[in-house]
Write a protein that binds this ligand. Structure first.
Ligand code: SF4
Length: 272
């Protein structure tokens, strides 16, 4: 089996969680069956999506009138953002910006809520911002997330594509790349993570190793089920694996950008 895949953060996480899940979702392209979310989670998801649309419009330079936001919670988040002490660097602001970087026969993909590129102290930088409407998480956990690791690596490795849009072709060393998570629940405590060369060396090697494992699985067409039944308990593919006995975890809150990941399965490049 030889295929060129679009590998997002969600795809890497799926492969690491369960290779069969990766196969069913990314290769068989079985729709992720809509697990009933419950009214509360449906509302939280819709609010998160609305907030992301508001932020995108704001960074596109469009005026946002509070009365345009029909949901009171989203209005509150918007006001929290407006009055927060989040410091945005000067530079070109690129909301909902996608970046792909080739690796082997595949493309790694990141989609940033907001990317700011520019110069400081005479050197180029890239800073990605991510808006979160769920429970705030500590920085040490965020540093381990594949969203953080992939986004930072993409910015360091994808500097050519990035700077073609305004960076005069200059390189972007890892220590000029950073990422900030802004939580609506803690608007004055953004978590900023600074990338480094040493971290990038290890991080990029880890990403390469995962992609090599994906290639090996593609070559043998072997996609084992996970031994971790806990992973099955929040997996919508239980019926395909005979894992219904794993039970169902109570509904988990999903961030709006996690849901957007689900749309990516339809956008993958295909090798005949
Ligand atoms: S039900 Fe379990 S074994 Fe099957 S795809 Fe999901 S996580 Fe993997």
């Amino acid at each position: 089996m030889s295929q060129s895949l679009l590998l997002s953060q969600g795809k890497l996480e799926a492969f690491l969680t369960c290779q069969r899940r990766f196969y069913l979702r990314s290769l068989r392209r079985l729709p992720w069956p809509a697990a009933p979310l419950g009214d509360e989670s449906e509302e939280a998801l819709a609010r998160g999506q609305q907030f992301h649309r508001v932020m995108e419009r704001h960074f596109l330079g469009l005026d946002i009138a509070p009365e345009e936001i029909d949901d009171g919670r989203v209005q509150h988040w918007w006001q929290a953002f407006r009055t927060s002490n989040l410091a945005l660097p000067s530079g070109q602001r690129l909301p909902e910006h996608g970046l792909t970087v080739p690796l082997g026969g595949h493309l790694l993909l990141g989609r940033f809520d907001l990317l700011v590129v520019g110069e400081s102290d005479g050197r180029p930088f890239a800073h990605v911002f991510d808006w979160k409407t769920g429970r705030a998480r500590p920085e040490n956990k965020l540093r381990q997330d594949w969203q953080t690791r992939l986004y930072l690596a993409l910015l360091a490795e994808g500097d050519g594509a990035l700077w073609a849009q305004g960076g005069n072709g200059r390189s972007l060393p890892p220590d000029r790349v950073s990422m900030t998570y802004w939580y609506a629940a803690e608007p004055d405590t953004p978590r900023t993570i600074q990338y480094t060369s040493a971290w990038h060396t290890q991080n990029w090697a880890d990403i390469q190793a995962i992609v090599a494992q994906i290639d090996a699985a593609l070559a043998t067409d072997a996609w084992p089920l996970t031994d971790n039944l806990a992973a099955c308990s929040d997996c919508a593919y239980q019926v395909y694996c005979g894992r219904q006995n794993a039970g169902r975890k109570s509904t988990l809150f999903k961030e709006a950008d996690e849901l957007a990941e689900a749309d990516l399965i339809w956008l993958e490049p295909q090798t005949p």
